[in-house]
Unconditional design. Structure first.
Length: 187
């Protein structure tokens, strides 16, 4: 009987990872026509918040792999840049999992707003810097290529700060509805 419970828990975890991976990829489709405006990274981050570190990383790897190599706008053909993108995606899921207790226990919209804006800004800056850095190293000239990515990076940063910040208005409500289904948070 004990094996059946752990088997059910594994299947539940796999299903949750699959649902969040599909959500991350699917919810981003309407935004593909607007360069560097996306909800993908928020869903990766929230997968860590709602599912925990391990599942957040799994969602980020699965959805990220699909996004990088099966993107409707065209696959990433530069493998080092694709690897940098995947690493950036993993950091979103990891960060969400690491701060889940701080964010969800005694949820406050004001506290969440500060945390989410800071996380959205920091993770987006890292993602854009790392992917642009790899691209500049590979294709140079280094500084002009790196500087050339700044405009897209600013658009991405502003949109993610707004998207992450606005999500603070609903994350607490979502958590209250699903917490009885999810892994308990230690006080």
């Amino acid at each position: 009987m004990a094996g059946e419970g752990s088997s059910r828990q594994r299947l539940t975890a796999i299903a949750r990872i699959g649902v969040f991976s599909a959500l991350a990829y699917g919810i981003n489709a309407p935004f593909l026509v607007i360069p560097n405006v996306e909800i993908f990274s928020l869903i990766l981050f929230l997968s860590g918040v709602f599912l925990g570190v391990t599942s957040g990383i799994a969602v980020s790897l699965i959805a990220g792999f699909i996004f990088v190599f099966f993107n409707p706008n065209g696959p990433q053909t530069i493998l080092p840049v694709g690897a940098a993108q995947l690493l950036g995606f993993v950091l979103y899921g990891l960060a969400g999992g690491l701060i889940r207790r701080i964010l969800l226990i005694k949820y406050s919209t004001k506290k969440a707003l500060g945390i989410l804006v800071a996380m959205g800004a920091a993770l987006t800056l890292w993602y854009d810097f790392s992917t642009n850095l790899v691209f500049a190293i590979l294709f140079g000239p280094f500084w002009p290529v790196l500087i050339g990515g700044i405009a897209f990076g600013i658009t991405h940063l502003i949109s993610n700060v707004l998207i992450f910040g606005l999500s603070s208005l609903i994350i607490g409500k979502i958590w209250k509805r699903i917490e009885f289904l999810m892994q308990p948070l230690a006080g």
